[in-house]
Design a protein around this ligand. Sequence first.
Ligand SMILES: *Cc1c(COP(=O)(O)O)cnc(C)c1O
Length: 397
Amino acid sequence: MNHDLDTRLLHIGSAPFDPVTGTAPVNLPSMRTSTVRFENLDRLQETVARRMKGERPITYGRSGMDTHRALEEVFNALEGGCYTCLAPSGLAAINILFMTVLQAGDHVLISDSVYAPVRNLNNALLSRLGISASYFSVGHDDVAALIQANTKMIYVESPGSLLFEMIDIPALAKIANARGLVLAADNTWGSGYIYKPLDLGAHISVIAGTKYVVGHSDVMLGAVVTNDEALARRIFQTQYAMGNSISADDVWLALRGVKTIAVRMPQHAKNTLEICQFFDSRKEVARVFHPAWHKDPGHALWQRDATGSNGMLSIELNCSPEAAKPFVNALTLFGIGFSWGGYESLVQWVEPGSLAPHTYWANNPHAVIRLHIGLESTVDLIEDLTQALGKIQNWDL
Ligand SMILES: *Cc1c(COP(=O)(O)O)cnc(C)c1O
């Protein structure tokens, strides 16, 4: 039976019945192990032979046990994929992707609104390995014209990391397919639940499970998902070579966290639209960046390509970044910190320097504040935001 995604997410990872007692707990336990024991040598040889054929039987703790396989199924269900490679963090998943697709001499085109550590990966590692990267602005640049003879991949994050600009993945997929390139997308924003790059034409989707999949700010985890068997084989080979391993306890927490994504995500989205409305009514706020907000320039693309929204929004305040600091410090319900996707509200004072490479940014001297709207009461959140706005002294109105 092809059940709805919400139903499947609840039933993946149910513990099987014990053949002796005929009973089972609801959830698969966290299967911690380093060594996997084999019943006899025949079973061991059978397993090794299956692995040689490209299957992924249980062989050793590093490549995961049943708990891990259940979470792989969760990511496949979320992303509409057939193959999931788990990673110890979202950034590790991005690394596996880059190390799988690219080799010395290759070039990758990256959208300029990506998550900043991707630029660091490029500077710190890719360049040393003889892999070159250049950045493009979706909506401004003619991407096809930027493809070089050695370009192997187009890598995007949609919506973008700080200002949530929507990217037209189907249009990029046409370009990538015409030139035989891999199109990969960071889908942490959608986490498969509200946005599906593979369905839109991307070949690989990477997700920081750390965010909405886990949903409780207590685990680092990532995944690389694809439908392409040949790419999947290369992804698993790369993962195996790199020696990453993911704790069964972390996997178990992710399995537990994702059970409530169907109620968390719409509630984050609903709260966030209320906060957008609040900011829209305030003269101190020059602009609200959130694709589900009807005034966002990406709204039409969001309506076409996404099935929901989440708790991420940014605002441009009519003051300098320096003048906005008292606002951030005065918030009591918003934790000052990076990351997002947990149940709680967060605030990030965006470094002006990190906006500079984003073509989407108007390059004005105003402050940008990124917020994650949690599951708190919006009455309380709005009261907190209102008192904090009152702490800004030097408005540029
Ligand atoms: C957080 C994040 C990552 C990295 O995830 P970690 O688990 O923190 O390594 C990657 N991409 C995006 C868009 C993110 O927000």
